[in-house]
Design a protein around this ligand. Structure first.
Ligand code: TZP
Ligand code: MG
Length: 212
Protein backbone atom coordinates (compact mmCIF):
# COMPACT_ATOMS: atom_id res chain seq x y z
CA UNK A 1 0.00 0.00 0.00
CA UNK A 2 1.26 3.43 -0.92
CA UNK A 3 2.42 5.49 2.06
CA UNK A 4 0.92 8.74 0.82
CA UNK A 5 -2.85 9.09 0.47
CA UNK A 6 -4.44 12.22 -0.92
CA UNK A 7 -7.79 13.00 0.73
CA UNK A 8 -9.77 14.99 -1.81
CA UNK A 9 -11.45 18.23 -0.82
CA UNK A 10 -13.81 20.74 -2.40
CA UNK A 11 -17.47 21.66 -2.19
CA UNK A 12 -18.10 21.18 -5.92
CA UNK A 13 -17.23 18.43 -8.35
CA UNK A 14 -15.01 20.76 -10.35
CA UNK A 15 -13.03 21.86 -7.27
CA UNK A 16 -12.64 18.21 -6.37
CA UNK A 17 -11.42 17.34 -9.86
CA UNK A 18 -8.94 20.24 -9.88
CA UNK A 19 -7.27 19.03 -6.70
CA UNK A 20 -7.25 15.40 -7.78
CA UNK A 21 -5.80 16.26 -11.19
CA UNK A 22 -3.12 18.40 -9.53
CA UNK A 23 -1.91 15.70 -7.16
CA UNK A 24 -2.04 12.99 -9.84
CA UNK A 25 0.08 15.23 -12.08
CA UNK A 26 2.36 15.71 -9.08
CA UNK A 27 2.90 11.95 -8.77
CA UNK A 28 0.49 10.97 -6.00
CA UNK A 29 -0.50 7.31 -6.36
CA UNK A 30 -3.41 7.02 -3.95
CA UNK A 31 -6.61 9.06 -4.11
CA UNK A 32 -9.38 8.89 -1.53
CA UNK A 33 -12.45 10.57 -2.99
CA UNK A 34 -13.99 12.41 -0.06
CA UNK A 35 -16.92 14.37 -1.46
CA UNK A 36 -19.52 15.41 1.10
CA UNK A 37 -22.37 16.03 -1.34
CA UNK A 38 -25.94 15.20 -0.31
CA UNK A 39 -26.52 13.78 -3.77
CA UNK A 40 -25.40 10.18 -4.20
CA UNK A 41 -25.75 10.65 -7.96
CA UNK A 42 -23.29 13.53 -7.88
CA UNK A 43 -20.81 11.46 -5.86
CA UNK A 44 -21.25 8.55 -8.25
CA UNK A 45 -20.82 10.75 -11.33
CA UNK A 46 -17.69 12.37 -9.93
CA UNK A 47 -16.48 8.90 -8.98
CA UNK A 48 -16.77 7.73 -12.60
CA UNK A 49 -14.41 10.52 -13.67
CA UNK A 50 -11.98 10.02 -10.80
CA UNK A 51 -11.86 6.29 -11.40
CA UNK A 52 -10.83 6.89 -15.02
CA UNK A 53 -8.21 9.42 -13.97
CA UNK A 54 -6.78 7.03 -11.38
CA UNK A 55 -6.66 4.26 -13.96
CA UNK A 56 -4.77 6.52 -16.38
CA UNK A 57 -2.24 7.55 -13.73
CA UNK A 58 -1.93 4.10 -12.16
CA UNK A 59 -3.24 5.35 -8.83
CA UNK A 60 -5.27 3.49 -6.21
CA UNK A 61 -8.85 4.76 -6.02
CA UNK A 62 -10.66 4.66 -2.69
CA UNK A 63 -14.14 6.05 -1.99
CA UNK A 64 -14.95 7.63 1.35
CA UNK A 65 -18.20 6.66 3.13
CA UNK A 66 -20.14 4.89 0.36
CA UNK A 67 -19.80 1.13 0.01
CA UNK A 68 -22.49 0.88 -2.70
CA UNK A 69 -20.79 3.49 -4.86
CA UNK A 70 -17.42 1.80 -4.33
CA UNK A 71 -19.02 -1.46 -5.43
CA UNK A 72 -20.82 0.02 -8.43
CA UNK A 73 -17.67 1.75 -9.67
CA UNK A 74 -15.44 -1.23 -8.94
CA UNK A 75 -13.18 1.11 -6.95
CA UNK A 76 -10.08 -0.31 -5.29
CA UNK A 77 -11.74 0.10 -1.94
CA UNK A 78 -13.61 2.16 0.59
CA UNK A 79 -12.74 4.22 3.64
CA UNK A 80 -15.23 4.04 6.52
CA UNK A 81 -15.67 6.43 9.41
CA UNK A 82 -16.82 5.21 12.81
CA UNK A 83 -20.44 6.03 12.02
CA UNK A 84 -20.40 4.64 8.48
CA UNK A 85 -21.32 1.09 7.44
CA UNK A 86 -19.74 -1.72 9.50
CA UNK A 87 -16.62 -3.27 8.01
CA UNK A 88 -18.34 -6.68 7.87
CA UNK A 89 -21.02 -5.29 5.60
CA UNK A 90 -18.42 -3.64 3.37
CA UNK A 91 -16.39 -6.86 3.24
CA UNK A 92 -19.49 -8.89 2.32
CA UNK A 93 -20.27 -6.52 -0.53
CA UNK A 94 -16.77 -5.82 -1.82
CA UNK A 95 -14.99 -9.10 -1.14
CA UNK A 96 -11.51 -9.89 0.14
CA UNK A 97 -9.58 -8.37 -2.76
CA UNK A 98 -10.71 -4.81 -2.07
CA UNK A 99 -9.12 -2.41 0.39
CA UNK A 100 -11.19 -1.45 3.41
CA UNK A 101 -9.85 1.32 5.60
CA UNK A 102 -11.32 2.56 8.85
CA UNK A 103 -11.02 5.69 10.95
CA UNK A 104 -9.81 5.64 14.56
CA UNK A 105 -9.53 8.49 17.03
CA UNK A 106 -8.48 6.60 20.16
CA UNK A 107 -6.65 3.43 21.20
CA UNK A 108 -10.04 1.78 21.77
CA UNK A 109 -10.98 2.61 18.17
CA UNK A 110 -7.70 1.15 16.95
CA UNK A 111 -8.43 -2.11 18.80
CA UNK A 112 -11.93 -2.13 17.34
CA UNK A 113 -10.56 -1.61 13.82
CA UNK A 114 -7.98 -4.38 14.31
CA UNK A 115 -10.77 -6.74 15.40
CA UNK A 116 -12.80 -5.74 12.35
CA UNK A 117 -9.80 -6.71 10.20
CA UNK A 118 -9.54 -3.48 8.24
CA UNK A 119 -6.67 -3.31 5.73
CA UNK A 120 -5.47 -0.02 7.16
CA UNK A 121 -6.40 2.45 9.89
CA UNK A 122 -6.60 6.23 9.47
CA UNK A 123 -5.70 7.61 12.92
CA UNK A 124 -6.19 11.24 13.87
CA UNK A 125 -6.46 14.10 13.99
CA UNK A 126 -2.82 14.90 14.56
CA UNK A 127 -3.69 18.58 14.94
CA UNK A 128 -6.43 21.08 14.10
CA UNK A 129 -7.52 21.24 10.48
CA UNK A 130 -10.30 23.17 8.80
CA UNK A 131 -10.62 20.48 6.10
CA UNK A 132 -12.94 18.38 8.27
CA UNK A 133 -16.00 19.58 10.15
CA UNK A 134 -16.77 18.13 13.60
CA UNK A 135 -13.18 17.24 14.25
CA UNK A 136 -12.49 14.65 16.97
CA UNK A 137 -10.19 15.60 19.87
CA UNK A 138 -6.67 16.38 18.74
CA UNK A 139 -4.12 13.65 19.46
CA UNK A 140 -0.89 15.56 18.98
CA UNK A 141 2.38 13.73 18.54
CA UNK A 142 2.11 12.51 22.17
CA UNK A 143 -1.21 10.85 21.37
CA UNK A 144 0.36 9.09 18.40
CA UNK A 145 3.31 7.94 20.50
CA UNK A 146 0.99 6.63 23.16
CA UNK A 147 -1.38 4.77 20.80
CA UNK A 148 1.34 3.41 18.52
CA UNK A 149 3.40 2.09 21.42
CA UNK A 150 0.37 0.10 22.62
CA UNK A 151 -0.16 -1.26 19.12
CA UNK A 152 3.49 -2.26 18.79
CA UNK A 153 3.32 -3.98 22.21
CA UNK A 154 0.39 -5.98 20.85
CA UNK A 155 2.51 -7.11 17.90
CA UNK A 156 -0.16 -6.07 15.45
CA UNK A 157 0.92 -4.98 11.95
CA UNK A 158 -2.18 -3.27 10.53
CA UNK A 159 -0.80 -0.18 8.76
CA UNK A 160 -1.66 3.12 10.42
CA UNK A 161 -1.95 6.33 8.42
CA UNK A 162 -1.76 9.61 10.33
CA UNK A 163 -4.42 12.12 9.33
CA UNK A 164 -5.45 15.65 10.23
CA UNK A 165 -3.24 18.67 9.63
CA UNK A 166 -0.27 16.54 8.65
CA UNK A 167 2.62 18.38 6.95
CA UNK A 168 5.94 17.25 5.53
CA UNK A 169 7.59 18.39 8.77
CA UNK A 170 5.73 15.70 10.72
CA UNK A 171 6.84 12.69 8.73
CA UNK A 172 10.02 11.71 10.60
CA UNK A 173 8.34 12.01 14.00
CA UNK A 174 5.32 10.03 12.81
CA UNK A 175 7.48 7.29 11.29
CA UNK A 176 9.49 6.99 14.45
CA UNK A 177 6.24 6.45 16.38
CA UNK A 178 5.57 3.50 14.07
CA UNK A 179 3.11 5.11 11.68
CA UNK A 180 3.09 3.47 8.21
CA UNK A 181 1.99 6.41 6.09
CA UNK A 182 0.08 9.67 5.96
CA UNK A 183 -3.33 10.75 4.63
CA UNK A 184 -3.10 14.37 3.59
CA UNK A 185 -5.27 16.95 1.92
CA UNK A 186 -4.32 20.65 2.26
CA UNK A 187 -0.56 20.26 2.55
CA UNK A 188 -0.35 18.71 -0.92
CA UNK A 189 -2.13 21.67 -2.50
CA UNK A 190 -0.76 24.56 -0.47
CA UNK A 191 2.40 25.36 -2.38
CA UNK A 192 2.65 26.32 -6.02
CA UNK A 193 4.20 23.07 -7.21
CA UNK A 194 2.41 19.94 -6.02
CA UNK A 195 5.05 17.77 -7.67
CA UNK A 196 7.79 19.15 -5.43
CA UNK A 197 5.65 18.79 -2.30
CA UNK A 198 4.71 15.21 -3.15
CA UNK A 199 8.34 14.34 -3.92
CA UNK A 200 9.36 15.69 -0.53
CA UNK A 201 6.66 13.65 1.21
CA UNK A 202 7.65 10.50 -0.67
CA UNK A 203 11.36 10.96 -0.06
CA UNK A 204 10.75 11.23 3.66
CA UNK A 205 8.20 8.41 3.74
CA UNK A 206 10.29 5.96 1.74
CA UNK A 207 13.74 7.16 2.74
CA UNK A 208 13.60 5.71 6.21
CA UNK A 209 12.93 2.33 7.73
CA UNK A 210 9.55 0.75 7.04
CA UNK A 211 7.71 0.70 10.35
CA UNK A 212 4.66 -1.19 9.09
N1 TZP B 1 -10.33 13.20 8.93
C1 TZP B 1 -9.66 13.69 9.98
S1 TZP B 1 -8.79 15.06 9.55
C2 TZP B 1 -9.31 14.99 7.94
C3 TZP B 1 -10.14 13.91 7.80
C4 TZP B 1 -10.79 13.50 6.56
C5 TZP B 1 -8.92 15.99 6.92
C6 TZP B 1 -7.46 15.99 6.61
O1 TZP B 1 -7.17 17.09 5.81
P1 TZP B 1 -5.89 18.00 6.04
O2 TZP B 1 -6.14 19.18 5.11
O3 TZP B 1 -4.70 17.18 5.60
O4 TZP B 1 -5.84 18.40 7.47
MG1 MG C 1 -17.36 8.85 6.79
Amino acid sequence: MNKLQYISQGSTASLQLNGIQTVLDGGCKWIQLRYKSSSLTDIHDLGVKVRLLCETYGATFIINDHIRIAHNLDADGVHLGLSDAPVLEARALLGDQKIIGGTANTWQDVLHRINEKVDYIGLGPLRFTSTKEKLSPILGMEGFQNILSQKIALGNTTPIYAIGGVTGEDIFDLLSCGVYGVAVSSALLEGKVAERIIQTFNKKLYGSVDHS
